[in-house]
Design a protein around this ligand. Sequence first.
Ligand SMILES: C[C@@](CO)(OP(=O)(O)O)[C@H](O)COP(=O)(O)OP(=O)(O)OC[C@H]1O[C@@H](n2ccc(N)nc2=O)[C@H](O)[C@@H]1O
Ligand SMILES: Nc1ncnc2c1ncn2[C@@H]1O[C@H](COP(=O)(O)OP(=O)(O)O)[C@@H](O)[C@H]1O
Length: 287
Amino acid sequence: MTQATLSGPWLAPAKLNLFLYVTGRRADGYHDLQTLFQFIDCCDQLYFALNPTGAIRLNSDLDFPAEDNLVVKAARLLQQHCDIKQGVSITLDKRLPMGGGIGGGSSNAATTLLVLNQLWQCQLNLEQLAALGLQLGADLPIFIHGHSAFAEGVGEQLQNVDPEEKWYLVLHPDVHVSTPSVFQHPKLPRNTPKRSWNELKSSDWHNDCQEIVAKVYPEVAQALGWLLEYAPSRMTGTGSCVFAAFDTEREALAVLNKRPKNLTGFVCKSCNQSPLHQQLNQIKNIQ
Ligand SMILES: C[C@@](CO)(OP(=O)(O)O)[C@H](O)COP(=O)(O)OP(=O)(O)OC[C@H]1O[C@@H](n2ccc(N)nc2=O)[C@H](O)[C@@H]1O
Ligand SMILES: Nc1ncnc2c1ncn2[C@@H]1O[C@H](COP(=O)(O)OP(=O)(O)O)[C@@H](O)[C@H]1O
């Protein structure tokens, strides 16, 4: 595999939380969850160019400082952890909506860790990369892990599962929901009883954050109310995106095309192996 191919584009897929239950509050302020993660084939793209100077640079259209970007934080963390002398210029082609509960920022950071682990020859395994990633956010481990999972703890205890791969219509209400504000809300249900995967997989699926978020953000309530007319629908993560499953792309597109003008959305296919890990495996097979 040539260095040019390794430079990109590398995919950073989004995720859906097919269910999300808050089962307790921990002493460190975080909440224990039980959630089902599945990837979707909607992705940001990243490019990497190594340099000998040690500098880490980011090219992107995002309107906040590069130093606050999880991509730069991930590159710096790995560089320091492995005492790497090389630097990297990273180009981020942002396509995923931000603050929508589909994990774009965490996925960008996970792609950065996984790809730089190869390019800088750090030789960390997935477990070590996931532990490093967890320092940047609770959603990092699932993207490092790369397979759909039933997750517990803050999302770092992962059990591989294979939920049916469906077509999803995802609506993105025009609001940015802050994850900390949802977890700080006094009325968030925090004590849903823990259940086993066996029990959960055959029950109806819900999201414990949905009611609060729909109350605070009427845009989320409107999107959910509209989509529920067509199919069972839920919010992903702490919102703002809501989704419904369909058996075919055609059915999902037909509903998308009927949406009111003020709603944006997209249709995607879910997949149990992360599109990034599909790319990484291709490289392993070629090398
Ligand atoms: C809830 C989930 C479910 O997938 O989804 P998102 O909607 O954000 O994608 C995630 O666990 C979010 O993960 P992530 O977005 O990485 O959150 P973090 O940066 O680690 O946490 C932001 C803040 O949210 C709160 N937080 C987060 C996760 C958690 N299990 N309990 C919490 O109380 C904490 O106050 C924390 O400081
Ligand atoms: N590479 C990145 N992509 C998106 N958001 C980022 C990134 N780096 C840092 N952030 C910050 O994280 C916030 C939430 O990002 P995102 O992952 O899109 O949302 P969510 O956790 O709701 O899925 C953004 O509003 C932004 O302030």
